[in-house]
Design a protein around this ligand. Structure first.
Ligand code: SF4
Length: 522
């Protein structure tokens, strides 16, 4: 799902003004009489004032379960009634198809249907009358003006809500800003520093907790232990966020619990990098056939894409555009304005990375490196122009190249929603060229349509077979190099002090077990 936040927005009003002036000048030169056009505008109801805050529940969702829970807690810690929707399931998709337009991409049906399904549940199962739902609930989501269908999501929500009998239900976009100021009354939802701090706290916390889980779970000695500890950590962090207290000591307490889990990291597990369309690779439900869970059940170590990477990409894209504009700018005033904007973006980039690293360190997620956006852009630009936006842009291409080049994964799975324009072009088109030039790539694009699980699982299992062989080969080679047996390596590892869940071996190859052997025994 393409998601171009307007947090770091270029001044579109100024651009629009300039274009209008140019249009007028051309019309005058050609002697064309300009006619005032009346364009269609979706009259999206957006009234939400501070006085309604106490009685209004703000619905939201769409990230991982961990992130949704943390955002809900962080926003309640600053005085909002936020409620995360459940992870969208196939029933939600069917509701989306029933009330949505034809020809939408798959995440639209899942996410729009999920909201409508919940409102129907409130009305039909909980017995809340429709007007009370409209008055006391609203939905907030990210907005965009993207080249793919994401730009139309809000209109799609409106259409489905109207047809399902919820005319007047409010859908607010994060970018709505002043548009929801009501007759001078203070806004119900202030998209200000406090609000965005709470949102990013939830997002980054969710990332570091999720990443810790994916790092430890494949190697736990006692099945289910990591999830058990993670759910206790989740509760601890939720309570801390609800009280709006310092999160670092809560993270340190989680670290202590997580590092006490017994691991056997010398198992030759295939590492699988899950990339693709943003929503499809992030959701943890029917929207991608529970892919992450399926992979772990099949014995893989899953390399997920943190949501923080996505925010870094948004910043990078703004920075890229601003630098081009700077080159084209003529007047010093414009250059000065753009220069300040570029500095602000660089600062934002730094702050995000520092914020992430601080939380990562506190929970024991050592040696985790967020994607370097500039190197992703450079590695991919021969195959996919960096100026193209929509979906993941060039990121998907760059991630595949880097997975092969830097031996990051034994298998790269690209999750492509049915009907997704950018992802289809990349997964089926551009990536074929990439795999042609990088023959070592074990790449598989899977399409998620909601009803093709058996087909997808079987294709993933075939690709995993090859990945498992690669992982085993890497471990065998590492043992041959150092002249140890696996048992000796295990004994040697057990005697090392300080080697637990937060210790990471040097990166030599994709396999964690092989890296441990290289680092400790070579
Ligand atoms: S990136 Fe693809 S799936 Fe996501 S909103 Fe755009 S068209 Fe739909």
């Amino acid at each position: 799902m393409q998601n171009r936040s307007n947090v770091f927005q270029v001044d579109f009003d100024a651009v629009e003004k300039e274009v209008r002036a140019f249009e007028q000048q051309q019309a005058d030169e050609l002697g064309i009489e300009s006619r005032a056009q009346k364009h269609w505008v979706d009259e999206n109801p957006r009234s939400f004032t501070k006085s309604q805050r106490e009685t209004t529940t703000v619905l939201f969702g769409g990230l991982t379960m961990m992130q949704d829970a943390f955002i809900q807690a962080a926003c309640s810690g600053i005085g909002y009634r936020f409620q995360a929707l459940d992870v969208p399931d196939n029933a939600a998709m069917q509701v989306g198809k029933e009330f949505g337009n034809r020809g939408q991409c798959n995440p639209t049906y899942f996410t729009v249907g999920n909201l409508v399904k919940y409102l129907i549940h409130l009305r039909d199962d909980k017995g809340i009358d429709t007007q009370t739902i409209i008055d006391n609930y609203l939905f907030t989501t990210a907005g965009a003006c993207g080249p793919c269908r994401f730009g139309l999501y809000v209109t799609e929500y409106r259409k489905a809500l109207r047809d399902a009998g919820f005319e007047g239900f409010r859908v607010l976009l994060f970018q709505s800003g002043g548009g929801i100021n009501q007759g001078g009354e203070e806004l119900g939802l202030s998209f200000d520093k406090t609000f965005f701090r709470a949102m990013f706290r939830g997002i980054i916390l969710g990332d570091v907790v999720n990443l810790m889980g994916y790092r430890l779970r494949p190697y736990e000695k006692h099945a289910g232990e990591v999830n058990e500890v993670l759910s206790q950590c989740k509760q601890r962090l939720i309570e801390t966020l609800q009280r709006n207290e310092n999160i670092i000591s809560a993270l340190k307490a989680c670290k202590k619990q997580l590092l006490s889990i017994e691991l056997d990291r010398l198992q030759a597990k295939p590492k699988v990098s899950v990339i693709g369309e943003f929503w499809a690779m992030t959701t943890e439900g029917d929207g991608n056939y529970h892919l992450q869970k399926f992979l772990e059940q099949e014995g893989a170590e899953v390399d997920i894409q943190p949501v923080t990477n996505w925010t870094l990409y948004l910043i990078w894209a703004q920075l890229y555009d601003a630098r081009l504009q700077f080159k084209l700018a003529t007047g010093w005033k414009q250059k000065l304005k753009l220069g300040k904007f570029i500095l602000l973006l660089k600062l934002a980039n730094r702050v995000m990375a520092m914020w992430f690293n601080r939380y990562a360190k506190a929970i024991g997620l050592t040696d985790y490196h967020l994607a370097d956006m500039q190197s992703l852009a450079e590695d991919s630009h021969d195959f996919y122009a960096n100026e193209l936006r929509g979906g993941e842009g060039h990121m998907e291409v760059g991630k595949l190249i880097q997975a092969v080049k830097y031996k990051k994964a034994h298998l790269v799975l690209s999750v492509k929603p049915f009907g997704c324009m950018p992802s289809s072009g990349v997964s089926d088109g551009v990536q074929s060229l990439v795999t042609g030039q990088y023959p070592d790539a074990n790449f598989l694009a899977i399409e998620t349509s909601g009803d093709g699980a058996v087909n997808v699982y079987s294709r993933v299992q075939m690709a995993l077979f090859k990945a498992r062989q690669k992982a085993q080969q890497e471990v065998d080679d590492a043992l041959t190099n150092c002249g140890h047996s696996l048992e000796l390596a295990r004994q040697s590892l057990a005697q090392r002090r300080g080697v637990c869940g937060d210790w990471m071996p040097d990166h030599v190859t994709a396999s964690t077990a092989a890296n441990i052997v290289h680092t400790l025994l070579d």
